[in-house]
Design a protein around this ligand. Structure first.
Ligand SMILES: Nc1ncnc2c1ncn2[C@@H]1O[C@H](COP(=O)(O)OP(=O)(O)O)[C@@H](O)[C@H]1O
Ligand SMILES: [Mg+2]
Length: 286
């Protein structure tokens, strides 16, 4: 039954049009996603791993409503995706906070869009800033925060307007290893507390195994699903689980899938000299 699923994608395809150098003005195309079919359960923690360029961000941007699919179906809560909406929160790799707003005002942003009264906005924003452990920093500006703190605020901002689905695009790629570990733990804690459906893109296999209920392994040229790994590790999880035999065996499983050469069913043209990216959303778009 489709109702069990928060997100349903059927034969989803995305073809980018690419304009080449001036001497060759004919548009070319790049098949970024090919026949992606995937159901995501309500409350599931799903990660997507794969090499750079395999279409992970493209998939997330389609779910976010920032890019229009070329063909196929994709529904959230049974509805076709028409554009960005407050039922989905996004956390990007680049922190994407508004530099001219304080932490509190950043977290209030989605609540302003929802037209909540000022007092309510403030109290909800404070609650989520507390959830990510940064209550003492509510009146600071983003430039006063470390990378890890900025990303905590980005998570608080995305959660504050209570989306069903949280889309996270390599959110911890730019922070140091230790901060990354604590952000992962915090993400799990928040997920367990809030029951969100999370789709989390990473290229760290270890991060994927640690966080996920399921891991979607993608390959590039064109971007396809290579396999899906169910991670049956017990929850709640903590750092220690990373040293277990079971953890290592999941890591190997994903690694092997990534290494397996895919049967080339079509000749894929590589285009290196495109000069302009078309329809790519701003990384800091909400
Ligand atoms: N706006 C765009 N126009 C043309 N090609 C694009 C655009 N955005 C991404 N691509 C290409 O599509 C493929 C998938 O990109 P992306 O989704 O960013 O991959 P990933 O996030 O897995 O690294 C890559 O080959 C990339 O160069
Ligand atoms: Mg990406």
């Amino acid at each position: 039954m489709e109702n069990e699923y928060r997100i349903v994608a059927e034969n989803l395809n995305l073809v980018y049009r690419i304009r080449r150098a001036k001497k060759d003005p004919n548009p070319r195309s790049l098949h970024a996603l090919k026949d992606i079919s995937l159901n995501v359960r309500s409350g599931e923690f799903l990660t997507v791993v794969g090499p750079s360029g395999c279409g992970k961000s493209t998939f997330l941007y389609i779910l976010a409503g920032l890019i229009k699919k070329t063909s196929g179906n994709v529904r959230i809560n049974g509805q076709e995706i028409k554009g960005p909406a407050l039922d989905r929160g996004i956390v990007m790799q680049a922190y994407a906070l508004f530099p001219w707003r304080t932490v509190l005002k950043n977290v209030e942003f989605g609540l302003e869009v929802k037209k909540l009264p000022k007092r309510e906005r403030k109290s909800i924003a404070r609650e989520f800033i507390e959830l990510v452990g940064l209550s003492d920093f509510a009146d600071r500006y983003p430039y006063e925060l470390s990378g890890g703190m900025k990303q905590r605020i980005a998570i608080a901002r995305a959660l504050a307007y209570n989306p069903d689905v949280l889309l996270m695009d390599e959110p911890f790629a730019a922070v140091d290893e230790q901060t990354r570990g604590s952000l992962q733990a915090e993400t799990l804690r928040i997920w367990e507390k809030t029951n969100k459906t999370i789709i989390f893109v990473t290229h760290s296999i270890e991060e994927a195994v640690y966080l996920s209920d399921r891991i979607v392994v993608m390959t590039s040229g064109p971007g396809k699903i290579r396999g899906i790994v169910d991670v049956a590790l017990p929850r709640p999880r903590d750092e220690a689980i990373k040293n277990t035999k079971e953890f290592a065996s999941y890591r190997n499983k994903v690694w092997t899938l990534l290494q397996t050469p895919c049967e080339r069913t079509e000749k894929v043209e590589r285009i290196f000299d495109y000069t302009e990216l078309v329809s790519r959303p701003q990384d800091n778009a909400i």
